[in-house]
Write a protein that binds this ligand. Structure first.
Ligand code: A2P
Length: 287
């Protein structure tokens, strides 16, 4: 990999750029300008979701860039209350309209289980997936994917769906690497993507991160993003400043040694968002 435009190959033969721009909260208050700045910085792969309320701003930024739609790689997600067969179809139409496009590169189920008391989540995920499969056949989605799915959620889709998920997006960063889920996806040819790849800044002051950032003469954020890439994981950094946006693309002039990758992979747990895919676990404070 030599730049953010280099790609991983997905299990349906699609190519996906190795770094994307996350739009969740990146743009609070100043949405269009931040997204225009990200396009100007060079990002072309954008990760959005109906929940983020950034789809229409992204659509506007793309329109005003005067670049063709095909230059972009657009990923969106339906929210928990948009799951189900007909709801998913309606949700996709809304997303397409806001983004000003007639297709998505990838559409994701945002969370596998909408609430702790949702006992029929398996059926709900499958109904949602069935709608996505049909939308793909109609040419409205190029690849179908998952977000925040753990192995037991993924298994349900693999065993009962007819189309295999191409990606799964999880919270991943040094100190929260969700080894079991990452391993499961690798074994099943599902490309991993990382949200909050720098742990919402929590890990930037960590001793090991600082030591290795100094050793490789990069910022702590660059070290975290490069570490994910070297694990074949697509990082989705977000930022509101041009300087940090550019810094987060500048990941290809250094390589973390195998020994240091191993130290980062095994560092002690270093905080997480607190959002668990099985909400009752988080509620009972088991995790
Ligand atoms: P800012 O918008 O001021 O750049 P995450 O993606 O892990 O959830 O983290 C997002 C946070 O990380 C944002 O608050 C963003 O702030 C900050 N951030 C993004 N890139 C960098 C960077 N290169 N160095 C320091 N902080 C960064």
């Amino acid at each position: 990999m030599e730049s953010i435009y280099d790609c991983f190959k997905l299990n349906n033969d699609m190519k996906i750029p190795c770094v994307g721009f996350g739009t969740y909260k990146a743009a609070e208050g100043n949405n269009v300008e931040v997204l225009k700045t990200a396009i100007e910085a060079g990002y072309r792969y954008f990760d959005t979701a109906s929940f983020y309320q950034t789809e229409d701003f992204l659509g506007q930024a793309i329109r005003e860039s005067n670049l063709p739609r095909e230059d972009f790689f657009l990923v969106s997600k339906m929210w928990k209350d948009e799951m189900g067969y007909q709801q998913t179809k309606d949700a996709l139409e809304k997303s397409l309209k806001k983004l000003g496009t007639d297709y998505l590169d990838i559409y994701l189920i945002h969370w596998p289980r909408p609430s702790a008391d949702c006992e029929n989540w398996k059926e709900l995920d499958l109904e949602t997936w069935r709608a996505m499969e049909e939308l793909q056949k109609e040419g409205k989605i190029r690849g179908l994917g998952l977000s925040n799915f753990l192995p037991h959620h993924i298994k349900n889709i693999l065993e009962n769906g007819t189309v295999k998920p191409v990606v799964n997006q999880l919270e991943l960063h040094p100190g929260y690497m969700q080894q079991a889920a990452v391993q499961y996806c690798k074994e099943h040819g599902i490309q991993m993507q990382a949200w909050s790849p720098i742990g919402r800044r929590r890990i930037l002051e960590d001793g090991l991160i600082l030591e290795l950032a100094g050793k490789y003469q990069v910022s702590p954020a660059q070290l975290c993003l490069r570490f994910l890439l070297q694990n074949d994981i697509i990082p989705l950094p977000k930022s509101s400043s041009m300087e940090r946006m550019k810094q987060n693309m500048d990941l290809f002039h250094f390589e973390i040694s195998e020994e240091d990758v191993s130290r980062l992979a095994t560092m002690p747990q270093a905080g997480w968002s607190g959002e668990h895919p099985d909400p009752e676990l988080a509620q009972k404070n088991v995790v």
